[in-house]
Design a binder for this molecule. Structure first.
Ligand code: SAM
Ligand code: SF4
Length: 325
């Protein structure tokens, strides 16, 4: 078990498999984004080595993200090797869903248990505007394929004022009436080069819940208000699915944070919104043993920062796509 100096147990690793993406969401990266050359990215064996080390140290939950994780070569094999690693109990992915039509079943069969698919609106034109390059039908078929494969499905919507905070948010919530999905509303966060746009765009959770309830009726708080991961969960009357609200900016959940992040170029990040990091690449490529790696990781985690510092106006220099969300 690994703990930090605030006695938080850290046991959840989010791994960004690639910084590449087939979309260019306006709140995530600029259209002219530049990417790391292939040799700077963790190779398949390096990822697997780190997964074994983290699992040995007591990490049981892993999430694959990106960039777009399904663009990673050998993605099915990477999932299979991770799922077979002793100690890996939960294996999930966050994806834009565009390629899931063909990949959902092989990923499920390889051991992927749960999937979060990003979809900010059900309006095809608006979807194209927000993602710059995306086609809504691809995501909708991806969602169906994921559900049919047997995986647990959650939908992620980043809410931006004036873009998708009203009708789009209600339309997504309506999906939970007839589908056993969780629709999660994520407050937009100030990242990388697009911070001004993001700060203007934050819609507080209460306002969003009021907008949804004004059209679809009251929602009841579930789990006595305890967080499910990072989300506060509600259910509309008679709905099969649930609504989750992830309010990292206005209601931070840093006190209960149990996660660390691995970037595609091998840096261990201790907080989504701060630049504190341990570069594991030199160790991996200069003959460090698993014990050496574990020792470095344990020490870095000890110094995990307490909170994200948005109120102090601290913003990370990386784009969300480099960190993985
Ligand atoms: N490409 C995949 C996807 O979009 O699901 C995985 C990577 S993406 C960076 C992970 C999550 O971060 C997505 O749900 C995305 O919507 C969210 N995200 C991206 N930029 C964000 C921002 N500025 N604030 C909050 N969430 C953001
Ligand atoms: Fe790509 Fe995901 Fe970022 Fe959109 S949010 S640009 S899909 S990495």
């Amino acid at each position: 078990m690994v703990v930090d100096r605030f006695n938080r147990e850290i046991n959840y690793l989010r791994i960004s498999l690639t910084d590449l993406c087939n979309l260019r969401c306006v709140y995530c990266m600029p259209e002219d984004m530049t990417f790391h050359p292939g040799e700077e990215i963790l190779q398949d064996d390096e990822i697997q080595r780190l997964v074994s080390v983290f699992a040995r140290m007591g990490f049981g939950k892993f999430r694959l993200t990106g960039g777009e994780p399904t663009l990673r070569e050998n993605i099915v094999e990477i999932v299979r090797r991770m799922a077979e690693t002793p100690g890996v109990r939960e294996l999930a992915m966050t994806t834009n869903g565009v390629t899931l039509k063909h990949l959902a079943r092989p990923l499920f069969e390889a051991g992927l248990q749960r999937i979060n698919i990003s979809i900010d609106t059900l309006d095809p034109e608006k979807y194209r505007r927000i993602t710059r390059w995306g086609n809504l039908d691809d995501v909708l078929s991806g969602i169906r394929a994921a559900e049919q494969s047997g995986m647990g499905v959650k939908l992620n919507s980043v809410v931006v004022r004036g873009h998708n905070d009203r009708k789009d948010a209600v339309d997504l919530a309506r999906l939970t009436l007839d589908n056993p999905w969780q629709v999660r509303y994520i407050e937009v966060m100030p990242m990388g080069r697009v911070t001004d746009f993001q700060k203007a765009g934050i819609v507080p959770e209460q306002e969003l819940r009021d907008t949804i309830s004004s059209k679809l009726g009251p929602m009841e708080l579930l789990n006595g208000g305890r967080l499910d991961g990072e989300a506060r969960v509600f259910r509309l009357k008679g709905a099969m699915g649930t609504l989750g609200f992830i309010s990292a900016v206005t209601k931070p959940f840093c006190a209960g944070c149990n996660r660390a992040r691995l970037t595609a170029d091998g840096r261990l990040l201790l907080c989504l919104l701060r630049d504190n990091e341990l570069n594991l690449m030199p160790y991996l490529r200069n003959g460090a043993t698993e014990d050496d790696l574990a020792e470095q990781i344990e020490e870095a985690i000890w110094f995990k920062p307490w909170g994200h510092g948005l109120s102090e106006n601290i913003h990370p220099s990386r784009a969300m796509s480099e960190i993985g969300g």
